[in-house]
Design a protein around this ligand. Sequence first.
Ligand code: E4P
Length: 217
Amino acid sequence: MKFFVDTADTKEIADLADTGLLDGVTTNPSLIAKSGRNFLEVVKEICALTDGPVSAEVVAPDFDGMLREAEIVRKLAPNVCVKLPLTMDGLKACKRLTNEGTMVNVTLCFSANQALLAAKAGATFISPFVGRHDDTGQDGMDLIEDIRLIYDNYDFTTQILVASIRHPIHILQSARIGADVITAPPAVLKGLAKHPLTDKGLELFLADWAKTGQTIA
Ligand code: E4P
């Protein structure tokens, strides 16, 4: 399973890229606004921090506008992945861009039928939002199971990118289901390495080691 980080904070991205565990980055207009930076500048900078796909979302609501903006965005770097909303215009733009060899992430997916359409449109990634689904009182992970089943039934190559992840259980369940990618905020990704028994065990080992008076040199 690939790990993407969901942020436009270049310091956080650089820190995670340094671990060698980061496979890509996703951004959205809200994350760009939070960064306080110029959209094109920050996307370009992020693309230089990772070799993996960097999702950059266009904001035009119509097909022609989406293509116009995608043209600017995809020129930024070879690893740019154009992010399009799951609307009829977005799907039409997806078909056009993927036919031209551009990576596309279809975002704001909340149903398995929407995911089916995105696969038919040739999307590189489909982004079902599990956390926002949970917020409405449904189980977002049920959606991931359905999409996995449908994509496998027809050998669709669109990668399931589980988005709107709020906690480590979402990531565990994504891995159990066999999702292709997860994207999560930096704190959630870093939190995966944490366990109180690891911290306690390490403390005990180091205390015992100190008693030996040895050094490894
Ligand atoms: C995905 O690409 C989106 O940027 C993101 O995961 C949305 O997450 P949120 O629901 O926490 O805003």
